[in-house]
Design a protein around this ligand. Structure first.
Ligand SMILES: [Zn+2]
Length: 92
């Protein structure tokens, strides 16, 4: 068995939020758009990607889910995911 859609989507979303969108907040629909653009729908269907994101939102693991926040992509106030760690006091 190779990686499931969950594994692959989680890995890409984590990478996105740590590197390209470092410090940004992304809602589920923007993450879905990103994932569909990145993977296309040949490897996994849009529904599989959607379900994978749903799972990530329910158990974000190393990522952080915020209940309501302004999405950096679409500007709507929605539940978002971010890789920003809890305030450490290290930022200026
Ligand atoms: Zn959004």
């Amino acid at each position: 068995m190779s990686d499931t859609a969950d594994d692959v989507v989680r890995r890409e979303v984590s990478k996105l939020l740590r590197v390209e969108y470092r410090g940004k907040f992304m809602c589920a629909s923007c993450l879905l758009k990103f994932a569909v653009e990145r993977f296309g729908t040949t490897l996994y269907t849009r529904g599989q990607i959607e379900r994978a994101l749903d799972t990530i939102f329910r158990s974000p693991g190393a990522l952080r889910r915020v209940h309501r926040f302004v999405c950096d992509q679409c500007g709507k106030t929605l539940p978002c995911l971010t890789a920003t760690p809890a305030r450490s006091g290290l930022s200026a």
